[in-house]
Ligand binder design. Structure first.
Ligand code: RNT
Ligand code: ZN
Length: 419
């Protein structure tokens, strides 16, 4: 059987369940997913020397890490060529480019021009850009604190960084013609039991309010606040807890909550939180990652919770209300492959969700026919999804099974030569 015949077969099987796979494929092609630049260089960035801080960590020393913006772009290009679907570029402020001999400025002085090359990169590839101020890996992080610091000079510096990033985010949106999601996350917190939990949060609140007082067009810039339960070295307390960021977003119009599925207690699931937030927020944002025992930021796989999150977005009819971004970093494997596997996994999860008889299953639930619902949920798992996925890849001009050979070739020809 040819691939086309296989697909026709699969399509007919799905049609019996009331699922239109052609439509699922067509829909998925339109949905942008943000690809994070920081998988390519282990969250190093170009604007500082010194370690990765903020309670996040990369482990591993697989050879071939991108050392310059040019290498990062080249690597990302390779990765992009291996992924089906629409992509958006996700940048951190620490990836500013100053150019040979050009003046370097600190993060509070960043301007659109420091990202002009990225805009060029994105525009040439028809991608929008999402953005993140970088509140870590910097000498002005004082005692582990930025926006919640009791030191007013420190706090001022980081507020000004946030404001600069709003202006840059608006520039991205104007240039690319697509809204820019600008996510605020800080690693602010304490390793051990603090004496004052509210003070840092009041300062954090005030700081974000000051950042958002920078004028911007709400249609173009989508500011988010990302919560986190703990980080390495900030085990006892984070200023940006779940309740803090949710309440902040709820009480500040135009500000979105961002959920990273590595940022909760291990038995909590973001899949269940998505429909809860969608009851209240017009739009929400996600960081998609794979936490293994902690917020380890493993490469996203086509696993149960990944599928479950995608299902919720699809079932809530919220593909246009949820901004989806990948956020993981593994330095122990080939980074192009890490990008490709993670992006492809999320694409698979979305396509899988789009190929479920969601309406019929909802009906069964409403009629309390839960026995049949369970049987149906198990039955659909046996549908020939692989054939639909292959068809999607082919329609997107991407190889389903040959992509890893490309990675190996690139490793030999390019990555292996970087020492
Ligand atoms: C850290 C947060 C944050 C970062 C990126 C690099 O735990 O998830 O989103 O991973 O901003
Ligand atoms: Zn995140």
């Amino acid at each position: 059987m040819t691939n086309k015949e296989r697909y026709e077969d699969a399509k007919a099987r799905y049609r019996e369940l009331g699922v239109d796979t052609d439509q699922a494929i067509a829909m998925l092609k339109e949905i942008p997913v943000s690809l994070h630049c920081w998988q390519g260089d282990d969250v190093t960035g170009f604007d500082h020397e010194g370690p990765l801080t903020g309670g996040i960590q990369t482990t591993g020393d697989y050879p071939g890490k991108a050392r310059t913006p040019e290498e990062l772009m080249q690597d990302m290009d390779k990765a992009l060529s291996l992924m089906p679907g629409r992509k958006k570029l996700n940048l951190h402020a620490s990836y500013a480019m100053f150019g040979e001999g050009a003046e370097r400025v600190d993060r509070d002085q960043l301007e659109p021009k420091h990202f002009a090359k990225w805009v060029e990169f994105a525009k040439e590839r028809n991608m929008g850009i999402d953005f993140n101020p970088t509140f870590f890996s910097h000498n002005k992080v004082k005692d582990g604190l930025t926006l919640s610091s009791p030191d007013e000079e420190t706090r001022r510096f980081w507020i000004n960084h946030g404001k600069a990033c709003i202006r840059i985010a608006e520039y991205f949106a104007k240039e690319t013609g697509m809204p820019c999601v600008m996510n605020i996350w800080t690693g602010d917190g304490y390793k051990d039991i603090p004496a004052d939990r509210m003070g840092p949060r009041m300062r954090y609140k005030d700081s974000i309010e000051q950042i958002l007082s920078e004028p911007f067009d709400k249609k173009l810039v989508k500011p988010c606040v990302e919560s986190k339960v703990f980080g390495i070295g900030v085990e006892s307390y984070t200023a940006g807890s779940a309740e803090f960021t949710l309440s902040f977003a709820a009480s500040h119009e135009g500000c979105l909550p961002l959920m990273d599925n590595g940022h909760y207690h291990p038995t909590e699931v973001v899949s269940d939180k998505i429909p809860a937030l969608l009851c209240f927020y017009p739009e929400i944002a996600l960081h998609i990652t794979r936490p293994v025992r902690w917020d380890s930021d493993h490469v996203v796989l086509f696993d149960d919770e990944t599928k479950e999150m995608a299902k919720e977005i699809v079932r809530c009819n919220a593909l246009d209300r949820v901004y989806m971004a990948l956020d993981y970093f593994d330095a122990g494997i080939n980074r192009i492959s890490a990008w490709a596997v993670g992006f492809r996994s999320w694409q698979k999860a979305l396509l899988y969700a789009l190929c479920l008889p969601n309406e019929q299953m909802k009906q069964l639930q409403e009629e309390n026919r839960l026995t049949e619902l369970m049987v149906m949920q198990e039955n659909v798992k046996m549908c020939p999804f692989a054939d639909v996925w292959r068809e999607y890849c082919e329609q997107c001009g991407v190889s389903e099974d040959g992509w890893f050979a490309e990675v190996e070739k690139y490793e030999q020809e390019v990555l292996g030569k970087r020492q």
